[in-house]
Design a protein around this ligand. Structure first.
Ligand SMILES: *Cc1c(COP(=O)(O)O)cnc(C)c1O
Length: 425
């Protein structure tokens, strides 16, 4: 084994350091395996209940009428997420598109959107119109309000109460930390805030951005009372196999609104060719609970490695997890670069390229990204990125297998060691 890692450029002292950390994680890893087992059962039972069959792996072209594979998959998603209905399509291009679709189809001019979890994910700023943008909700006369989180990153119930207005039509809650160092929200906390919102206004539509959260816990946000739950298929539920796509699950009403917006009024869910993706959507969903467990082990391993070297890590090494993202404050530009080089060097694809910081559109500082993925931009695959600015955080996620995630982290430690940024003695 030692030899295999040495062939990958990992030195004996890094291997030994990693082994020492891994040893202490036995019981956590066992709990993660149990969660994977629970969610694996959930997926299999939903597939059996809906009689997923060989015909479901066929494809459709053109209008895509009567695509049994597509329609059955939507029933399977609805069951897994305990929702009335689902929309799961390759025509939904990414997570941002899925969220934009959910908002734009369920809001009307004059309505107000409230974010109960503070500042939303970066790309939603242009969807909402927080940053002026062509086609934003603001352009359609939909206003926006935000209840900031408390200083320690929790829901601010009083601020939420104050922000609910007569024309508040939708409330959005983001489960994952995104690219912030605030905590992620567990389904229990989401349930508590949803009950609170309902006690003030029972008729608002509550949406949860579920990106990176699927299969991390036993329950999903519909079970906590959400009307609409949204995510990306190149993150958790695609299991690394979905080549593109997004999903929405929720009430009949919310999903129908989204379907007629995605295709056309009058057509809704009836059209939309599956273009050959059915097998990878099914198989990716089937594998997802185990893939997510590998990514979680990687995140916990990274947190414990870097924490024991004195770095701040979010979440810390022992906190419960509600998503697969791990942030590490490396404190220097060199640290962020070395970390990302290590992740890249461990990739099965493009391991020979060197990531460098660049002026990415939409960001106010340079950003460096490491990814060697089978599916372009897929962040359920091992990936890391960080803006080159104080406090020099790197955000790390994914890994289709625990062993690959482990190699990536050891490789990041190796690069940090070689750059003289850490000492293992
Ligand atoms: C990734 C992500 C999105 C956006 O998804 P894209 O596929 O990158 O467009 C939105 N919200 C959260 C919390 C995310 O993690």
């Amino acid at each position: 084994m030692m030899e295999q890692y040495q062939k990958a450029g990992i030195s004996p002292e890094v291997i030994a350091f990693g082994a020492g950390i891994e040893e202490k994680l036995c019981s956590r890893f066992q709990a993660i395996d149990e969660m994977a087992e629970y969610n694996q059962m959930k997926v299999i039972l939903a597939m059996q209940k809906n009689k997923v069959s060989a015909e479901c792996m066929q494809t459709s072209t053109g209008y895509g009428y009567n695509d049994i594979g597509r329609d059955t998959l939507e029933e399977v998603y609805a069951d897994i997420f305990c929702a009335q209905a689902a929309l799961v399509r390759p025509q939904i291009t990414c997570g941002t598109h899925a969220l934009a679709l959910a908002l734009m189809s369920n809001l009307r001019p004059g309505d107000e959107l409230l974010s109960a979890s503070g500042r939303p994910y970066d790309t939603l700023e242009e969807v909402i119109g927080i940053r002026p943008s062509r086609g934003s909700l603001a352009e359609y006369g939909i206003t926006y309000r935000q209840a900031d989180l408390t200083a320690d990153g929790r829901f601010d119930f009083e601020a939420i109460r104050d922000a609910i207005r007569p024309n508040t039509r939708m409330v959005t809650i983001q489960r994952s930390r995104g690219y912030l160092t605030r905590p992620s929200f567990g389904v229990d906390e989401i349930e508590e805030v949803i009950s609170f919102i309902r006690s003030i206004r029972s008729d608002v539509c509550i949406m949860v951005d579920n990106c990176y959260g699927e299969f991390v816990e036993e329950r999903e946000p519909v079970e906590a009372g959400a009307d609409l739950v949204v995510g990306s298929l190149i993150k958790n539920p695609g299991g690394g196999l979905a080549p593109a796509g997004g999903y929405l699950v929720g009430t009949e009403e919310c999903i129908e609104n989204a379907a007629v917006r995605l295709t056309s009024p009058g057509l809704g869910k009836e059209v939309g060719a599956s273009l050959g993706v059915n097998p990878s959507f099914y198989q990716g969903l089937f594998l997802s609970p185990v893939v997510v467990s590998g990514a979680l082990k990687g995140a916990i391993f990274a947190a414990n490695c870097y924490e024991s070297l004195g770095f701040n890590v979010f979440p810390n090494g022992s906190e419960p997890r509600h998503d697969i993202i791990q942030a590490v404050t490396l404190g220097s530009k060199e640290g962020v670069i070395a970390f990302c080089e290590g992740i890249q060097a461990a990739a099965p694809v493009d391991s020979h390229v060197h990531p460098i910081p660049w002026d990415m559109p939409g960001y106010d500082s340079q950003v460096i990204m490491a990814a060697g993925a089978f599916v372009q931009g897929s962040s359920i695959e091992l990936s890391a990125d960080g803006p080159i600015r104080e406090p020099y955080n790197v955000y790390f996620q994914g890994g289709l297998t625990w062993y690959h995630a482990k190699l990536g982290i050891l490789s990041s430690l190796q690069k940090m060691l070689e750059a003289g940024l850490i000492s293992l003695s």
